[in-house]
Design a protein around this ligand. Structure first.
Ligand SMILES: Nc1ncnc2c1ncn2[C@@H]1O[C@H](COP(=O)(O)OP(=O)(O)O)[C@@H](O)[C@H]1O
Ligand SMILES: [Mg+2]
Length: 616
């Protein structure tokens, strides 16, 4: 962007009352002397008339809203009137005419008649207050570049080139790198934790596997034992079954035999009972016969001894008596015969009874034996049944226990599955964390790279800028007739790591000394010229870096400490430079430096009514 100042118009601005115009565009490139005439207060001479106001404050305030010294709008209000200050700058921006007008309020800023914000003006001209006052308008009494302390010199470059942003970026990157390193350390710690956890899980898995195998072995043994027990119990049951069959056969046999024998025994017993009853009846009969016989013998004796009837007690004659006795005797014989017969019969019966008794007793014994056998067989059957049931129950229990054992799940399998799952989990987590660590490492490296990189960029920009400045200064010295002088810019690397440059030194080598000397320590007579050369060189570099070409400069009273000759000399140099560079260079001075070197003179005249401009 090429910026050409065409016109400065001030109205009720500081000591300018009313509207005054300086048509800059009408002036040829070259050095233009701005001088003052004080009619209001002649004692002050050319001071305080409005020179600085016109060529320095007016453009500066109009473009930035601040005076050269950085004072706000209130400082530009006219003292003796209530009128509002106003400055209009007409510019040619890349050839197109643009008019910036500023009033006292922020809302009074217009561009080509339209209200705009400060940002719009900044964007249009590309010069903020700092840049403007270091490259275009060199204010009165304001330090020039060389006057600044080394740190401030660097700060100025830093501000003008926006170097802080590289510093900020470097700091941010370093911070980020630290954060990433911390995060990386955290993740590595977690990875170490995971490794420990993996070891534990592996141990747990091996333990669980061992326990599982042991358990399986024990289970197989148990199953085998139970199967064996079941087989043994079944075999015992089978043999018991056989024995029970045998007992059952024995019982059946005894039962059958008893069943066959029992009716005979019962019949024999009944017959025996009958015979015994008969015997008892017979005995009673025999007793009766015996009693009758005794009675008969007693009657016979009585008849024989007494001759009296034993029944009626009457004496019976002999004949009768004999008759009776005979009859008694016959009766006696008959009775005796009967007794004998009964006796014989009794003997026979007794024999029969005794025979029958003995056979019955034998059969009864046999039956009792059979019944005992039956009982014993039944007992054995019952006992065998119990044993059999027990053996079967035992077999079934063993079988069940075996099935249960077979179906039983390995309790360690869960533990090993859990350990395996944990291992998988740890593996996945480790992979994820490894990945994260790799990424963090890469990011940290990148951040570290940029922490250095941004600083390097800053250094590169500075080196670049200084090289540029060096060259421009050399050219400027040449232009200003100081071709034998050398000015060098050196930076001081302040930090131990040598990463930041905080101080900028100017070293001057004079044609006579031949030795470079720090500007601060230098006390040569050419100082003021060198200062101006430095300021103008910096101005060129800054404007070039900002991408703005401005066709005017204001040097407000740059002749401090110079002799008349010195001033003349400086003016000559500046005039040559301005013409060469095609610049309108306003040289404000309170000395009457009239001379052929000036392309024109602009006189600011101040009387009681205020300042005005007189050209020519
Ligand atoms: N706000 C203001 N209103 C009116 N006059 C002012 C104001 N601020 C400064 N002045 C005066 O304006 C005059 C011009 O100042 P200046 O332009 O610096 O003079 P010089 O011609 O010496 O450069 C000075 O007398 C100063 O006191
Ligand atoms: Mg002044």
């Amino acid at each position: 962007m090429n910026l050409s100042l065409t016109e400065i118009e001030v109205e009720d601005f500081k000591n300018f009352a009313g509207r005054h115009v300086l048509r800059v565009g009408d002036l040829a490139p070259g050095l233009h002397f701005v001088r003052g005439v004080n009619l209001a207060n002649p004692r002050l001479g050319p001071n305080g008339v409005g020179k600085s106001t016109l060529v320095a404050d007016a453009p500066c305030w109009c473009l930035t809203g601040k005076t050269v010294k950085g004072r706000p709008t209130t400082a530009v209000r006219p003292w003796r009137s209530k009128k509002q200050p106003r400055v209009a700058l007409t510019l040619a921006c890349d050839g197109a005419e643009r008019v910036v007008v500023r009033g006292p309020r922020a809302t009074d800023l217009t561009l080509d008649g339209a209200t705009v914000g400060q940002g719009d003006v900044d964007r249009l001209v590309g010069l903020d207050h700092a840049l403007l006052t270091q490259s275009v308008v060199f204010g009165q009494g304001r330090p020039l570049f060389f006057d600044l302390a080394p740190r401030d010199k660097m700060q100025l470059l830093s501000d003008a080139m926006g170097l802080e942003r590289w510093e900020r970026r470097a700091d941010a990157a370093a911070k980020r790198a630290r954060r990433l390193q911390d995060a990386l350390a955290g993740v590595r710690g977690e990875l170490a934790g995971l490794e420990t956890a993996r070891g534990h899980a592996q141990e747990a898995l091996e333990e669980a596997r061992g326990a599982s195998e042991r358990w399986a072995g024990e289970r197989a043994q148990k199953v085998e034992g139970l199967a064996h027990a079941a087989r043994a119990a079944r075999a015992r049951a089978d043999s018991l079954e056989v024995r029970r069959g045998e007992a059952s056969v024995a019982a059946d046999k005894a039962g059958l035999a008893a069943k066959l024998l029992r009716p005979d025994v019962e019949a024999a017993q009944e017959a025996l009972g009958k015979l015994r009853q008969e015997a008892r009846d017979h005995e009673r009969q025999i007793q009766q016969l015996s009693d009758q016989l005794t009675d008969n013998m007693a009657q016979e004796r009585t008849f024989a001894e007494t001759g009296t009837c034993p029944t009626c007690g009457q004496t019976v004659g002999k004949k009768d008596a004999d008759k009776h006795i005979r009859r008694l005797r016959a009766r006696g014989d008959e009775l005796e015969g009967q007794c004998d017969a009964a006796g014989k019969e009794a003997v026979a019966r007794n024999k029969k009874i005794s025979a029958l008794t003995s056979t019955t007793q034998r059969d009864e014994a046999a039956l009792a034996k059979l019944e005992d056998q039956l009982c014993a067989a039944a007992d054995e059957q019952r006992s065998l049944d119990r044993e059999l049931a027990a053996a079967r129950a035992e077999a079934a229990a063993a079988e069940r226990a075996r099935t249960d054992a077979e179906e039983e799940t390995n309790p360690h399998r869960e533990a090993s599955a859990a350990a395996r799952a944990r291992l998988r989990e740890i593996k996945a987590e480790t992979a994820e964390k490894d990945d994260r660590a790799t990424k963090l490492e890469a990011s940290a490296e990148r951040a570290q790279f940029w922490a250095r990189g941004f600083r390097d960029i800053r250094l590169m920009v500075i080196d670049d800028l200084l090289a540029d400045l060096q060259e421009t200064t050399a050219a400027m010295l040449e232009d200003l007739g100081l071709g034998e002088w050398e000015v060098r810019y050196t930076t001081e690397r302040e930090t131990g790591a040598g990463t930041t440059q905080r101080a900028l030194h100017v070293e001057v080598t004079s044609p006579t000394s031949g030795e470079p000397q720090h500007w601060e320590d230098w006390s040569g007579g050419e100082g003021q010229r060198l200062r101006v050369a430095g300021a103008l060189a910096l101005s060129e570099v800054l404007l070039a870096h900002a991408g703005v070409g401005v066709d005017f400069r204001v040097l407000d009273e740059p002749t401090r400490g110079l002799s008349r000759e010195g001033v003349r000399d400086l003016c000559d140099m500046l005039a040559a430079y301005a013409e060469e560079a095609g610049l309108r260079l306003f040289f404000v001075d309170h000395h009457a430096n009239e001379g052929a070197v000036f392309a024109s003179s602009i006189t600011v005249v101040c009387d009681k009514s205020g300042a005005r401009i007189e050209e020519g």
